[in-house]
Design a protein around this ligand. Structure first.
Ligand code: FE2
Ligand code: FE2
Length: 191
C-alpha cells in the first residue's frame, strides 16, 4: 500500500459538499482521462503482454466508473459539462522524465500509482462526508477500486525495474506529489 506524504485537509469535505455537482462533473472527467491514459500506456508498451492485459482491464473498469458517474449527474438533472484545467495533474506530469529516457515507463507507472492513491484518499473522504445512502456506498466501492489500481501500477514498476531504482524514484515522486498537493487550494474537484 502506498503511503502518501500529505493528508488532504479535513476541510476538503465541506468544500466537496458545498458544490457536489461540480465535484461529480470533475470526477466523471477524471474517470474518462484515467481510462484513456491506461489505453495510451498499453499502446506504448505493446511487448509487455501482461501489462497490456492489466491496462485493458483497468481501462474497462474506469470507463464503467465514467458511465456510472455520468448517469448519476443526469439523474440529478445535470450534464457532464466541459473538462476544466486540473493544476494538480499538470504539476504531477511535470515530474516525469522525458520520453527518450529509459526510465520514462517507470515514471509513468509510479506516477499513475500515486495519482490512483490520491484518488483513493479523496474517494474515502467523499464516502465519509456523504450521508449514508447509494452515493456514499458508491464512493466506498470506488475507494476499494482505486486501492487495487494503485497497487497494480506499483507492482508493474517492481516487475519491470530493479527494486532499488523503484524505491528511490518512488521516494522522489511521493515527496514531489506531497509538495504539489499541499500547495494547491481545496476545490470541489477530485484533486
Ligand atoms: Fe475509477
Ligand atoms: Fe482507478
Amino acid at each position: 500500500m502506498l503511503r502518501l506524504r500529505h493528508d488532504t485537509a479535513p476541510a476538503w469535505k465541506a468544500v466537496l459538499l458545498g458544490n457536489l455537482d461540480a465535484f461529480l462533473c470533475d470526477h466523471a472527467h477524471n474517470e474518462r482521462k484515467v481510462a484513456a491514459a491506461a489505453l495510451q500506456l498499453a499502446a506504448h508498451q505493446p511487448r509487455h503482454n501482461g501489462l497490456v492485459r492489466d491496462l485493458i482491464a483497468m481501462a474497462q473498469e474506469e470507463v464503467g466508473h465514467f458511465g456510472r458517474i455520468h448517469a448519476l449527474i443526469v439523474e440529478r438533472g445535470g450534464q457532464l459539462g466541459h473538462d476544466q484545467p486540473d493544476p494538480y495533474m499538470t504539476a504531477v506530469h511535470r515530474q516525469l522524465r522525458r520520453p527518450d529516457n529509459a526510465a520514462y515507463l517507470l515514471d509513468r507507472l509510479l506516477t499513475f500509482g500515486i495519482v490512483e492513491a490520491r484518488g483513493c484518499e479523496r474517494f474515502r473522504m467523499a464516502a465519509e462526508a456523504l450521508s449514508p445512502g447509494p452515493l456514499g456506498e458508491l464512493y466506498w466501492e470506488l475507494t476499494a477500486s482505486e486501492a487495487r489500481h494503485h497497487q497494480c501500477y506499483v507492482s508493474w514498476a517492481r516487475e519491470l525495474y530493479p527494486e532499488v531504482e523503484v524505491t528511490s524514484r518512488l521516494d522522489e515522486l511521493l515527496a514531489a506529489e506531497a509538495v504539489i498537493a499541499k500547495s494547491l487550494p481545496l476545490r470541489p474537484a477530485l484533486h
